[in-house]
Design a binder for this molecule. Structure first.
Ligand SMILES: [Zn+2]
Length: 176
């Protein structure tokens, strides 16, 4: 099991630093000749590792799939496990099953808490939001919310909400 091995390389630390300074994942992917997905894993390494940990527990049968459980918040069938304490290594196993809708609500509440936060382990940064909105603006329906979510490591509904300004509405939407 990886324990945050990603940022230990010099290159990955540099990528994280540049991302923190406001360079976009698209720019970094071009400069470092890496896929955007790989850049996403590097800049969000804590999240990547925490999710990988839960995936491995599900694969080995030590945890039931989230879909077999009920949403902690509303009792409907769950869709995901939420790392409700964040992605720090010591909290990597602290998850609750939630449905898509409740995950969106939790996410949006956290987005409010994280207003202005400039930390590269945060779920989504201001730069991500601007970049995501620009990609959607430039490519239109050629790029789906699901793909954008995968690219930035968030759910489809979170991508939709960020792009439409339902969350992160404190960032002016220059494109609309
Ligand atoms: Zn729910």
């Amino acid at each position: 099991m990886s324990n945050g091995f990603l940022p230990r390389s010099k290159r990955n630390r540099l990528i994280g630093k540049l991302y923190n300074e406001g360079y976009s994942q698209v720019e970094l992917a071009e400069w470092f000749k890496l896929s955007r997905q790989r850049i996403g894993q590097i800049v969000h390494f804590k999240r990547h590792n925490a999710r990988g940990y839960i995936d491995s527990l599900m694969r080995s049968g030590k945890m039931p799939p989230a879909r077999d459980l009920k949403c902690k918040d509303c009792g409907k069938p769950a869709d995901y496990y939420d790392h409700y304490l964040g992605y720090e290594f010591e909290n990597r196993g602290k998850v609750e099953p939630v449905c898509k809708e409740c995950d969106g609500i939790r996410y949006s509440e956290r987005g409010e808490v994280r207003k202005g936060e400039n930390h590269w382990a945060a779920k989504l940064t201001k730069t991500d939001v601007i970049e995501m909105r620009k990609l959607r603006h430039d490519l239109g329906k050629k790029i789906r919310f699901k793909e954008l979510g995968e690219m930035f490591g968030i759910t489809e509904s979170a991508a939709h909400n960020a792009i439409k300004g339902i969350i992160w509405n404190h960032i002016p939407n220059y494109l609309n």
